[in-house]
Ligand binder design. Structure first.
Ligand SMILES: NC(=O)c1ccc[n+]([C@@H]2O[C@H](COP(=O)([O-])OP(=O)(O)OC[C@H]3O[C@@H](n4cnc5c(N)ncnc54)[C@H](O)[C@@H]3O)[C@@H](O)[C@H]2O)c1
Length: 351
């Protein structure tokens, strides 16, 4: 099959969906891989490395979309990509359609089939969301540490403290993959971490990471109490495919001490914090209720080399299956189909 890898077009998005090692495996399996010129450059992969792996470099996105049947990219298509997609394309990327009815409508109008990374399910897990959630959880804390600096407008707190000074308090909403990775980073620095979830297993897993992490059931009152002392809040809930529930209200944000930091990782599903809105890396933060907010929808875009390597390895087995032609018999990929034949088909998007 002809597999197209276009360059990402979202602002400041530098990831590439397949790195040269993955391309080499697909070429070895008999596929033709068409990579847009410079697609891997910002992740540290030159066109020459793709050519050495057996790819064909095409000069433009137009050329890639016109020749390829399977389009493998990272983020959801935006204006330029949408103009190039056709009904015969099989699209494989992150889509996050729940908070984006306009994109759902555009994809239905085109009439293509789209499989969303974030809704591919394997053994009850989300194997293609996990690597980016791991990165986003870690990046959110790294960013927060920086924005708590006075020079960045924060309250001037060293998250882990030092002997003789107070340690920071971190509240995490959602103790899944992103939440656990955020907790790991914050706890390793010495912060006191309180994580909320509705799943006892998730709470057990997050508490097992370190003794300075407490897992609590996500009662509204309990979240409200923790927010009053929080220096950093990380939103990381997920109901697969659906819009995120708003678990942190504006009143709770107002009750946070001034100069604090919020990153809502679940912004790609609409966000779980009432005061959050989507931002990008050109202008990642804004202040609301005296608290710095970060709603970057592609947090792993800050570390494209790490993210491209992790994503490429995770999606490769599924790209093999999609390109192999028998993917309709593969349950994990069937569950990932969001749009087919001009219709929305994923149950979470229909409810
Ligand atoms: N912004 C970004 O760049 C970026 C990158 C990666 C992932 N994400 C997003 O981060 C979010 C989290 O992803 P994940 O992989 O950690 O998901 P996950 O499924 O591993 O974890 C989500 C957790 O939320 C919990 N949850 C669901 N509803 C809840 C509720 N009402 N109250 C309390 N807890 C609840 C679940 O029990 C689960 O433990 C998703 O929206 C994902 O799309 C964003």
């Amino acid at each position: 099959m002809k597999i197209g890898v276009p360059m990402e077009t979202k602002p400041m998005e530098a990831r590439v969906a397949l790195i040269p090692y993955a391309v080499a495996e697909l070429v070895h399996a008999g596929h033709e891989v068409l990579v847009q010129a410079s697609a891997g450059l910002l992740s540290g992969y030159s066109d020459a490395e793709f050519v050495a792996a057996g790819a064909t470099i095409l000069p433009s996105a137009e050329a890639v979309f016109a020749s390829a049947e399977l389009i493998v990219k990272v983020k959801e298509p935006i204006a330029g990509d949408l103009a190039l997609l056709r009904s015969h394309h099989l699209l494989f990327c992150y889509l996050h359609l729940a908070p984006n009815p306009e994109l759902s409508r555009r994809l239905c109008d085109i009439g293509l089939t789209a499989v969303a990374f974030e809704t591919v399910v394997e053994g009850g897990r989300l194997p293609l969301l996990a690597p980016m959630s791991e990165i986003a959880g870690r990046v959110a804390v790294q960013a927060g540490v920086h924005y708590l600096h006075r020079s960045m407008g924060g309250k001037g707190l060293l998250l882990g403290g030092v002997p003789g000074a107070e340690n920071g308090r971190v509240v995490i909403i959602g103790a899944g993959v992103a939440g656990q990775n955020a907790a790991r980073m914050a706890a390793a620095m010495g912060a006191y971490v309180t994580a909320f979830d509705r799943s006892p297993d998730a709470l057990r897993a997050i508490e097992a990471i370190a003794p300075n992490i407490t897992g609590l059931f996500a009662y509204q009152e309990a979240i409200a109490t923790a927010m009053c002392e929080a220096d950093m809040v990380i939103g990381a809930v997920l109901i697969p495919g659906a819009k995120a529930p708003k678990l942190v209200t504006r009143d709770m944000v107002r009750a946070m001490p001034d100069g604090g930091f919020i990153a809502d990782i679940s912004i790609d599903q609409g966000g779980c914090i009432e005061t959050i809105r989507a931002t990008d890396y050109r202008n990642p933060v804004y202040v609301d209720e005296g608290v710095m907010h970060m709603g970057v929808t592609n947090m792993p875009g800050a570390v494209p080399r790490t993210a491209s390597q992790a994503l490429s390895g995770a999606i490769l087995p599924y790209v093999h299956k999609l390109a192999g032609g028998q993917w309709q018999q593969v349950p994990s990929l069937q569950q990932g189909v969001n749009v087919a034949g001009g219709r929305i088909v994923h149950p979470a998007l229909l409810s």
